[in-house]
Design a protein around this ligand. Sequence first.
Ligand SMILES: [Fe+2]
Length: 493
Amino acid sequence: MSAVTLRNLPEHDGALPPDAPEWIRDIDNPYLHGVYAPTTREVSASGLEVTGRLPHDLHGLYVRNGPNPVHAPPHRHHWFDGDAWLAAIRFERGEASFQSRWVHTKAFEMEREAGHAIWPGVLGPYDFTLPIGPIKDTANTDITWFRGRLLALWYDAGTPYAVDPLTLDTLGPEDFDGQLDQRLSAHSKPDERTGELLFFNYSHFEPWLGFGVIDAAGRMVHRTRVELPGPRLPHDIGFTERYVILHDLPFFHDVELLRDKGKRIATFREDMPSRFGVLPRDADGSEVRWFEAQAGYVLHVINAWEEGDEIVMDGFTSTNPLPRPDPEDGSLKAMLAYLRLEASMHRWRFNLGTGETREHPLDDTNAEFPIINNTRAGLPTRYSWSQVIPPARTLTFSGLMKFDSVTGRRQLFDYGPGVYGSEAAFAPRPGAVDEDDGYVTTFVTDTADWSSWCLVFDARDIAAGPLARVRIPQRLPAGFHATWVDGARLDRR
Ligand SMILES: [Fe+2]
């Protein structure tokens, strides 16, 4: 391990992990070092070392997507830019196996052929002469299960990539047998109750927002456009048994700069309300009903459901999505400020009878990346498990929080000093009746010795600490979204 001294390094690190690429050494960007440092390794291993007891009825796959850049960036690097890299742990009969693989997107393949990076990242400069798109469509953000395959999705609405859940081999761009001729956003969501995929996309060109449904048999049964006042940056949707909830939030790229100069500068318009569009899942976009709420940015929805005339939506809102940049952060101050996420749990109620919105905070912990028991998605839920965000120069997750929205009680588990977590996943226990009867899994990385672990908790009592810690046979860089695939589904496949 060799030390590096760089102005923008996060406080928790000054050393290169041994498996990191040499090219990061001189790049003064905290999102390429410490827990974010890319790894050059792909690993397959079985019979992983377990401390504690792995439950025998924990059966399935916990898989996480995230950025892991292969090549030195040609321009300024943003955490959102790295090539998609999947880390997956499979549990069966008290044993665990692990696999990690890059997603072979078209851009990944072309850059591999060239031996260097071709595309700029989200900080630009956007190059419209490049094939595929002006910045790299990485598919690095979200991972979801639909019809026997994993889908890797990009936050900026891109090409979905299908991945084999057992081998993590990239099967190719997913166009659903030629039915999808548009991009698809991260947080397009499967409804486990119906087997449908509810998808959305957004763009800087009209139509600004699209929504559609692919049914359990893989047929595109619905697609529509939804009118907005201009280009927006929605990141997530909510859905209930009958409705989808679309987002028009007052945090978007400066429209004039975008139109006249092609520059993408995010602005927060505190003078504008947040708007949530409630649309029947099978209806034309013209039927959307907009509900106004307090200005903020909702990165992730927890869940939504119907209660009489009301649609209830729980999520995390940030009323200050663009904190003042710290001049000490130099040329990266805009990115570092943008990623210093301050978000808290909130509930909205949209009354379809009166058209009114009621809203209130649920909790004041700075947290995000929530998950629920996905078998209850779209139905009333009381529990969520989220990642706690500590005060720091960069965005990290220092602990797990279980929240009960009925009692308002939270349970916390701290990962420990220098140990950072990942979005968790909920694995229901076979035959479970209670919403929180199951396991919660998360990956953590200890920056003191670069060890990585999968922690397995009893979802009912995370404060008791993990039931098992499974040693991952490589260092895992910090990542984005994760999902759980039930073992019975893997077996059926
Ligand atoms: Fe997300």
